[in-house]
Design a protein around this ligand. Structure first.
Ligand SMILES: CC(C)(COP(=O)(O)OP(=O)(O)OC[C@H]1O[C@@H](n2cnc3c(N)ncnc32)[C@H](O)[C@@H]1OP(=O)(O)O)[C@@H](O)C(=O)NCCC(=O)NCCS
Length: 147
């Protein structure tokens, strides 16, 4: 499988939006991607298979940690290890010791995925989302892995 990675740039937004709309019930819109990409603290990557965009990640870097805002693989290409590879790539590019993510409590696929990667549940924010759903706050910590 010929997999590669590159920076997610604004000319990629159309391809990313097409995947986003297939993968999420409540997808990000164009403005959310555009605003993220102009922020100098954003780390955004694409994963490509045979030169076709099949997934992406958008994360916000702070001096102490990385906030993973969106990670997504095209539904046709899920469960093939691509999400894990994209996460490993983000980890190596960010150099972060901790990565945080908020996940909808009902997103079982993502919760399995993060558990497999080594994330731990650190908090639940009740009714965090505008539709009233709770958010689970997960943390991946490199120092925990090394100890
Ligand atoms: C979450 C997501 C990025 C995972 O990507 P993926 O490419 O399917 O994940 P991988 O194939 O790398 O899976 C890695 C591991 O996660 C676990 N996993 C992933 N999906 C799972 C599922 N539905 N059930 C159980 N375990 C699952 C497995 O342990 C898997 O390892 P294995 O294949 O060796 O068993 C993908 O499902 C996705 O894009 N979902 C829609 C968008 C989304 O919800 N993003 C997260 C928002 S917080």
């Amino acid at each position: 499988m010929n997999v590669s990675f590159r920076i997610f740039d604004k000319q990629d937004i159309d391809a990313v939006l097409a995947i986003e709309q297939l993968a999420y019930e409540i997808p990000w819109n164009r403005a959310q991607f555009s605003q993220s990409l102009v922020n100098p603290n954003t780390l955004a990557h694409l994963i490509l298979k045979e030169n076709q965009i099949v997934g992406y990640s958008v994360a916000l870097q702070t001096p102490d940690f990385t906030d993973l805002l969106n990670i997504c693989i095209h539904p046709k290409f899920q469960h093939q290890g691509l999400g894990g590879q994209l996460f490993d790539y983000l980890l190596s590019e960010s150099g972060a010791r901790s990565i945080f993510i908020e996940v909808r409590a009902s997103n079982r696929n993502a919760l399995f995925f993060y558990k497999k990667l080594g994330f731990e549940l650190i908090n639940i924010r009740k009714k965090y989302y505008s539709d009233g759903e709770d958010a689970k706050i997960l943390r991946f910590s490199i120092s925990d892995k090394l100890e």
